[in-house]
Write a protein that binds this ligand. Structure first.
Ligand code: MN
Ligand code: MN
Length: 303
């Protein structure tokens, strides 16, 4: 499978997970079951009353970041901050509290780095990191980490958020290069838990109603991602847990898209995803891996 296919699938997966999850965001599994049985269609609605196939901040912030990276030719904190600020001015359908607070702070100070806070351990930086994973393919681990923090720290300057973001970026990059799910588990997910037990997802209860706390988010994402065998089952499993379902859906969709590739994304979901969103995700995925370093391009050509 081509690297480009996996990159596009990761971006479309992010958007589809966001669109699918938004319908049941903030609902409990019991409420979802009562209303939908199993929620498995892009029907819109939810507390944001979206049209079918429409997405939320998880996807639109990713696209804003991706545009800034493409304009600069690299990941840059100040350009990311300006892009997020412009995104906020355009009145997005939803916005996280930490994102809003630290972007307002940026407007005042012009400093694209939020003050460090252990309380800013929300999932807002993790949900939008895909463009960084694509644009830094083939770079050294240090370069990838630096890029990862540059975008994250605009709104979330926090140890646990950083740990989550870096784990996810490396997982996506390895999956794009054809790593197996088992590789991702042993090389990235388990080491993250060893360093930060907050992320424990094995031998604990099924994570239902995951909150916006990044450790809760990743616990739900990892349980669904590692315990299912295809794109569809992974997304259905995670969004039916309710809670911050658009974000768990988006992050799971990104990982599952990168791992399983474009062919595994159900046709019905691809068709229902807002056409303009799908076009933007596809175009950006292609462009971002093109600005990644020449080594990654050679791999892309060979794959
Ligand atoms: Mn959202
Ligand atoms: Mn959310």
């Amino acid at each position: 499978m081509q690297l480009t296919d996996r990159a596009i699938a990761a971006y479309l997966g992010l958007a589809i997970g966001d669109a699918l999850g938004s319908t049941v965001e903030f609902m409990t599994p019991r409420e979802i079951a009562a209303q939908y049985g199993t929620h498995d269609k892009l029907i819109g609605g939810g507390w944001l009353n979206l049209k079918p196939g429409h997405v939320t901040d998880d996807t639109t912030m990713s696209l804003a970041l991706g545009n800034a990276i493409l304009a600069q030719g690299k990941v840059e904190a100040l350009a990311s901050a300006h892009a997020f600020d412009a995104w906020m001015r355009a009145k997005p359908v939803d916005i996280g509290n930490t994102v809003r607070r630290n972007l307002l702070q940026f407007r005042k100070t012009g400093n694209p780095k939020a003050p460090y806070s252990d309380h800013d351990a929300g999932n807002g930086a993790a949900m939008r990191l895909l463009p960084v994973a694509l644009a830094t393919l083939g770079q050294t681990q240090d370069e990838v980490r630096t890029a990862c923090r540059a975008q994250a720290h605009v709104t979330h300057n926090c140890l646990l958020s950083d740990a989550a973001c870096e784990c996810l970026v490396f997982m996506v990059q390895d999956a794009l290069h054809g790593a197996s799910k088992n590789d991702l588990l042993h090389k990235h997910a388990h080491p993250l838990v060893e360093r930060h037990p907050e992320f424990r997802f094995r031998a604990v209860r099924q994570s239902n109603n995951p909150s916006g706390y990044v450790a809760d988010t990743l616990q739900a994402v990892f349980q669904s991602f590692f315990d299912t065998d295809d794109f569809r089952d992974c997304l259905i499993d995670v969004v039916n847990r309710g809670g911050d379902a658009d974000t768990t859906g988006a992050i799971s969709g990104m990982l599952a898209g990168a791992l399983y590739g474009l062919e595994e994304i159900p046709e019905a979901w691809l068709k229902k995803l807002n056409a303009e969103t799908g076009r933007l995700c596809t175009t950006q995925a292609r462009a971002l891996i093109r600005i990644a370093n020449p080594q990654a391009q050679r791999i892309a050509v060979q794959a």
